[in-house]
Design a binder for this molecule. Sequence first.
Ligand SMILES: Nc1ncnc2c1ncn2[C@@H]1O[C@H](COP(=O)(O)O)[C@@H](O)[C@H]1OP(=O)(O)O
Ligand SMILES: [Mg+2]
Ligand SMILES: [Mg+2]
Ligand SMILES: [Mg+2]
Length: 359
Amino acid sequence: MSAPLAYAAEKQIAIAAVRRACVLTASVFNKLVKQETLVKGDKSPVTVGDYSAQAVVNTILGRTFPQDPIVGEEDAADLRQESGNTLKDRIVQLANETLNAPLLAGEKEEWGLGPSQGQTAEQLLDAIDRGNYAGGRTGRFWTLDPIDGTKGFLRGDQYAVCLALIVDARVELGVMGCPNLPVTASDPSGPRGCLFVAVRGQGAYQLPLADPFGALPGTRLQIPPTTPERLNFLESVEEGHAKLSFNDRVAQILGVTRPPTRMDSQAKYCSLARGDGAVYLRMPVGSGYREKIWDHASGAVLVEEAGGIITDGRGEPLDFGLGRTLGENYGVVAAGKDIHAKVIAAVKQAKAEEESPKL
Ligand SMILES: Nc1ncnc2c1ncn2[C@@H]1O[C@H](COP(=O)(O)O)[C@@H](O)[C@H]1OP(=O)(O)O
Ligand SMILES: [Mg+2]
Ligand SMILES: [Mg+2]
Ligand SMILES: [Mg+2]
């Protein structure tokens, strides 16, 4: 008998956790009311969906991998205040509805899913706070963005539930659930809901979000050659998240003729991996913002396993061993092997122009 593939158990549980979280976020979206969103210290929004998705994923991970720390975006501090009571009650209700829901296709009872898996409010707040791990250079931990692209989620556009396993600063497994992403980009009004999985050394795959286990191993993704017709940029919707004017100049240097595709969240990495767009470019707006590991870890391994390259804006590898952030922000460039070095060169040229503008 051949040895089981590396991270087989982690992959299964991560897929199950992300799918349950997606069921939750998709149903929350339809019921969300204004009072169910908070503005965090950094001015970004967080909804009952973000908190309860983090509670669900961390609870599911904790049952099978109780020793594994988690670097998660959200924490329960605001929910532990008197003023957070209404929000907390709603989160407990939503998380328990999701954890207690009957087994979905392909799920196993031994994963701790299904009826009577409900948790107390205290257990759920503690589950959210299991995401407070500091990260670091050595050892194994998960990183979770329960809703990546919260602004997209609130608009009804793209967002993703993103979970990755990092071992000794290397991303080994990435799972992303994209409830609003069309199954094929060529049919934008067709069926939606995709799940993306990559294990290092085992390839990148797309699965249907509604029944990922029934479709394993899924459709293998390989970034196609970057022909001039295919050459376009994938970039943020939000002007405050990336310097979009800089992207325009880099695109001009590269001779890009197609307009950029603007999309929230790591769904951009998924689109790149399956060839919907050719270059992911994200340069800092200069506000001192540090990129977070949960915003790039799962996308990074997906792009690499689809045959692409991901680096910072200087061409250096992203460092997932620095803690909760990627450190000083030099931006992110992800693209196919045939074009990545050209993008880095164009970024360098555009930066040089910025620093010494022609009079
Ligand atoms: N000032 C900022 N600069 C860069 N990224 C940010 C900033 N504020 C929030 N983000 C995060 O950027 C990501 C969205 O990027 P994009 O615009 O490319 O979709 C999200 O992870 C979002 O967090 P969140 O997970 O809370 O939505
Ligand atoms: Mg956020
Ligand atoms: Mg995010
Ligand atoms: Mg988020």
